[in-house]
Design a protein around this ligand. Sequence first.
Ligand code: FES
Length: 110
Amino acid sequence: MEAPFVAVARADAIAPGKFLRVEVAGRPYLIARVEDRFYAVEDNCSHEDYPLSYGCLDGARIKCSLHGSRFSLETGQPEDEPADEPIRTYRVALADGQVWLDPSTPSNLA
Ligand code: FES
């Protein structure tokens, strides 16, 4: 893979239904696996700047452990109150057994 993609984890290090917190250039991201699909989102709740990695997956959603908002891993949109702003999602790719993240631009917020 070429820049701006960065290798962030071995694909087999993230089991289906699990996620991993990674940092790229000092910024935290959450790499989640739902069945055989990988997603990347910022590790920060849009409600009160709280790490989403303290939460848990609910299907293809990440649930914030502080107030319970769930966000789509696909679109970043909140599906429950109190959050009313989306989180940033990022492009991911699989190559050479690795998960690659493009941290350059959120894929859901142009
Ligand atoms: S900080 Fe995440 S829902 Fe409030």
